[in-house]
Write a protein that binds this ligand. Structure first.
Ligand code: SF4
Ligand code: SF4
Ligand code: FES
Length: 226
């Protein structure tokens, strides 16, 4: 396999062509105790910023999903604490007032779209922030659904908004107060309380992890909810 030259925190390394940034870091001898988790693009731990030669843009990406490029200059972002408001969701009402009170900086959004360009999940981050400003919590919850809390949007926001915490609040409010409630869930919980599934549950709890896993993957996904 060919090699490609990259710069990690200013020092040149030759790493395998086609490798992801995480693989390249390890190949270069870095032991990843932080800034690495699932390696599959789900945990948001591996936020990285980089520049390419001759390009003024500061680029962002997940180290586990971004392939190295010749003469790329990269830095992994250390943990940067962001404001996280503590609230009791059961005492909130699903309205724009909640955001005005808990995250007032949201209303400073400049509509610059920098957050959207920084998002490795291709989420329309600015659109969910704007939806919140307009009081459309359902839309904000929907657009932000795939957020993996990597923090890259907040790192780049000139208004210092912590978009991922704001999106999480929107999804919590939507889930608790606004989403249609499935009657079948109430029925199922009642059936469980009435011991309808005791035999099956007891069988599952006596199975080994491998047996449960096999059963899980073999399950019929084409079922009707009754
Ligand atoms: S919305 Fe922000 S925190 Fe969420 S995945 Fe996109 S960049 Fe990361
Ligand atoms: S980066 Fe900040 S100011 Fe710019 S659109 Fe996104 S939330 Fe608004
Ligand atoms: S290691 Fe989890 S998203 Fe990259």
């Amino acid at each position: 396999m060919g090699k490609v030259s990259i710069f990690i925190m200013g020092k040149r390394y030759n790493v395998p062509e086609g490798s992801t940034i995480i693989t390249a870091l390890e190949y270069a001898g870095f032991q990843l105790k932080r800034g690495c988790g699932c390696r599959e693009g789900f945990c948001g731990a591996c936020s990285t910023v980089y520049r390419l030669p001759g390009d003024y843009k500061l680029r962002t990406g997940l180290a586990c999903g971004t392939v190295v490029e010749k003469d790329m200059q990269l830095v992994q972002i250390p943990f940067v604490p962001a404001e996280k408001v503590i609230y009791d969701i059961s005492k909130l009402t699903p309205s724009v007032d909640v955001f005005q009170k808990l995250y007032p900086e949201v209303f400073r959004c400049l509509s610059c779209n920098t957050c959207t360009k920084a998002c490795p999940q291709n989420i329309e981050v600015m659109d969910y922030i704007q939806a919140i400003i307009k009081g459309d919590i359902e839309k904000a919850a929907d657009i932000s659904f795939d957020c993996i809390m990597c923090g890259l949007c907040a790192m780049r926001c000139p208004a210092e908004i912590v978009q991922y915490q704001v999106g999480l609040l929107a999804r919590r409010l939507y889930g608790k107060y606004l989403s249609p409630k499935g009657e079948f869930i109430k029925t199922r919980v009642k059936e469980i309380e009435d011991h309808k599934y005791d035999k099956e549950l007891s069988e599952l709890s006596s199975m080994s992890k491998d047996e449960v896993s096999k059963r899980y993957y073999a399950r019929d996904l084409d079922f009707k909810i009754t």
